[in-house]
Design a protein. Structure first.
Lengths: 141, 141
DNA sequence: TTTTTTATAGAAAACAATTATCGAGTAGTT
DNA sequence: AACTACTCGATAATTGTTTTCTATAAAAAA
């Protein structure tokens, strides 16, 4: 993993810096799909001098070398995911958490659309919104 | 149509104004999925004093009374659609146009996800991106 | 119709997410 | 060690959207 990002950065002429490693490590070890600000806040303790701009610039690079994907979950800010398979997400409209939708095969659906349109489809993004189990429980009390 | 919006506005205590009618008319007679700025620009000739803020505020109201839906097509701004069925969209990454994806039944897919997750799904949004027929032709020259 | 009440339009300012700029600093090379 | 090019992070700029405020237009009352 760590070897991977180091060489990927170097091969493309990007320098390997503690900030970049920290950001990628943080992202690849969480399932929370954080946005830039969450990443920034989480790393602030360990890297007190790091700025939000660095997070944004690093995400740009990580996206470029194919290590992260940018999610649009219907919010005002983007979220990031170190899992590179294209999978659907669901966001809780009450607590804001974004999770993966598991066990869903999107290929059939994507193929159907690809064949039904004259566009040359390059990618897609699916997101659902609703109420998470925790908030459902909270509501029923 | 016009009766519909007029009474819908009135019933909810909103006033019926020329601006609101113009914005809704423009939106419901186009297939272009315009964003706020496009709507503003298009109406500027006829309503020279109308401001962008009015467009945004009107869209908020129209959304509230169920006459428009807000689309997130993976851009930096929102697009609006007077067609209220939930249907997928495809955006051309070269010319930026956003179109409907026709002849696709999303219900089966949505149901599958609904049953596979512990979330109580309230809605979803699917968007594809790729290259439109026009831009494909342009590219091959 | 005229008056009164109340919501609205639009200008301007405020906001929030993101991007650009730039000088000092640092990694990797010679 | 010295050099060079890339990068960091502070700051400013940008952009889409929302809020604020007040004259005014629309609806209700008279
Ligand atoms: Mn994910
Ligand atoms: Mn549409
Ligand atoms: Zn929740
Ligand atoms: Zn195109």
């Amino acid at each position: 993993m760590e070897v991977c990002i180091t060489s990927l950065l170097r091969d493309r002429g990007f320098k390997v810096t503690p900030q970049r490693l920290a950001i990628y490590n943080m992202l690849s070890s969480t399932k929370s799909h954080p946005n830039a600000e969450m990443i920034f806040n989480e790393l602030q303790a360990m890297y007190p001098t790091m700025s939000l701009a660095t997070v944004y610039k690093t995400m740009e690079i990580l996206k470029e070398i194919g290590l992260v994907q940018v999610l649009n979950a219907g919010e005002d800010s983007f979220r990031y995911d170190a899992v590179m398979t294209n999978h659907p997400h669901v966001r809780c409209t009450e607590c804001g958490q974004v999770e993966d939708v598991y066990d869903i095969n999107i290929d059939a659906f994507v193929n159907e659309v690809s064949q039904g349109t004259k566009y040359q489809i390059m990618g897609q993004q699916f997101y659902f919104h609703g109420i998470c189990p925790t908030c459902q429980r909270k509501n029923s009390n």
